[in-house]
Design a protein around this ligand. Structure first.
Ligand code: NAP
Length: 454
């Protein structure tokens, strides 16, 4: 059984029977049949359905937002924005996929030579619970527009979201089985990857999950895109506008109750402004309203599961034991559910869990450094490379550091790191490889086919 436990209360809400391997393979057969039909359609036809999907999302936004909040605890206002972002993505790829995948001509001795982007087939998406709609639409909208089919293995704690997404594509008149959800657990993924109808796999999740899936896929020569964990640095330089820096850093750390891959996790602050930054930052983190995620004015909800909350608390405890100071939070509240308060650790240094590991919750690790050079060195001193942000009043200086020095897939200057359908998204190092979104993302799972006519 897949169990849904409301993380705000700890109460079991619903159980879903797991699918057997045989049922999963039967579904793959039906997806393959729908794909045979879909791959022959043209872009305007696909775009019409994708715009209809945006309409379904908007029409049922309140219901979908509630479902997300119930299953994984994100604040309801953020859940509503997430639904809207999915709708925007549907429209963006409806409008642009044809241009992004237009054939490209080469001047050769042939009468005609060019390459064209053809669909690959069924793409398996192994997805996490933290943005239960957006992570899925981020893969599905470009891929369905490219003519692929989608099979979703969602995180085990959000089966309701997984089934709702399947329903959205049906309601928008996509072929009946073009996008299907498999209610399976992680031990069943390997068998699905092994099915010859699955042509490629996209994974968003932890480094361990990404590596295990890529190993299996690699042995079968199937392409993967990996969007894995991160420990994004946020550099605060001596000339930073501390008002902008503290507000953006706190937002970045608290978004989705701290459970975002591209949340700022390490705050690398130069000596000259360290104390002033910490004072303002702690005040702002302390002001964040933690409470019922169904309320509109809640900024921080519960974490998604109590086991994840306990693992986070253990990282905090070990960091403090290693010599860091906890200046805000750091205690598990006495109430049912997966609660953890906004927490700030200072004097974090190499070797401590909060320096080297990903902290997936509202816990900020502040690292004091001498100057800009030291800040860049610390920022890059990580096995991850997903996002990074830098705060300085000198935009040119910030841009230079962002472009030339920081080892990350997305670097933002004086702004919150975020994903956007118009821009490539992905990481380097253990944060993964490949890109989602934009012209680059839509071309990950296509056959760039060369055609030569004498
Ligand atoms: P997770 O435990 O890795 O789970 C993600 C998905 O992978 C789930 O569907 C999970 O299924 C499945 N899975 C786990 N282990 C597997 C295995 N050995 N074989 C096959 N499938 C496996 O990660 P999470 O706790 O849900 O999500 C948090 C992590 O995701 C963080 O590290 C975060 O940074 C990362 N993330 C990255 C991005 C990005 O874009 N780079 C975005 C969001 C999140 P079960 O639920 O059944 O275990």
């Amino acid at each position: 059984m897949l169990q849904v436990i409301n993380p705000a209360t700890g109460i079991l809400i619903r159980q879903y029977p797991k699918m057997s391997e045989l049922s999963a393979l039967n579904i793959l057969e039906r997806v393959a049949e729908s794909h045979d039909e879909w791959r022959e359609t043209d872009f305007p036809y696909r775009a019409e359905r994708m715009r209809a999907a945006a309409g379904v999302l908007r029409g049922r936004a309140g219901e979908f937002a509630q479902l997300m909040t119930l299953e994984m605890g994100k604040p309801i206002a953020e859940a509503r924005s997430e639904v809207e972002k999915c709708a925007i993505s549907c429209e963006y790829y409806a409008d642009h996929a044809e241009r992004m995948l237009a054939p490209e001509t080469a001047n050769t001795e042939a009468a005609r030579s060019y390459w064209t982007y053809r669909p690959l087939g069924i793409v398996l998406a192994v997805m996490p619970w933290n943005f239960p709609f957006w992570q899925v639409f981020r893969f599905a909208t470009p891929n369905l527009m490219a003519g692929n089919a989608g099979v979703l293995k969602h995180a085990s704690n959000v089966p309701g979201c997984a089934l709702a997404i399947e329903e959205i594509f049906r309601e928008a008149n996509f072929p009946h089985d073009l996008f299907r959800t498999l209610l399976v657990d992680n031990s069943q993924v390997s068998g699905i990857i092994g099915d010859e109808r699955v042509r490629a796999i996209t994974v968003t999740g932890s480094v361990a999950a990404g590596k295990a899936i890529a190993e299996k896929a690699g042995a079968l020569a199937k392409k993967t895109v990996l969007e894995l964990g991160g420990s994004d640095p946020c550099l605060v330089l001596a000339d930073a506008d501390l008002g902008i820096a503290t507000e953006t850093c706190a937002k970045s750390r608290l978004i989705n109750s701290g459970q975002s891959c591209i949340a700022a996790k390490r705050f690398v602050v130069v000596d000259a402004v360290h104390d002033a930054f910490v004072e303002r930052f702690v005040e702002r983190m302390n002001r964040a309203k933690m409470g019922d995620p169904m309320r509109d004015d809640t900024e921080v909800g519960p974490l998604a599961r109590t086991d994840l909350r306990d693992a986070l608390h253990d990282q905090v405890r070990r960091t403090v034991e290693a010599g860091a100071r906890c200046v805000l939070g750091g205690e598990i509240p006495e109430r049912d559910g997966a609660w953890y308060p906004p927490t700030v650790l200072v004097d974090v240094s190499p070797g401590m869990p909060a320096y080297g590991e990903e902290l997936f919750g509202p816990v900020a690790a502040v690292i004091r450094v001498r100057d800009e050079e030291a800040a860049i060195k610390v920022a890059n001193d990580t096995s991850f490379g997903l996002g990074a942000a830098i705060f300085t009043r000198d935009n040119e200086r910030g841009e230079r550091i962002a472009r030339d020095r920081l080892e990350a897939g997305s670097c933002f200057v004086n702004a919150l790191v975020k994903s956007d359908p118009r821009l490539p998204f992905g990481g380097i190092k253990e944060s993964g490889y490949g890109r989602e979104l934009s012209d680059l993302g839509i071309r990950e799972f296509v056959n760039a086919k060369t055609v030569w006519v004498r």
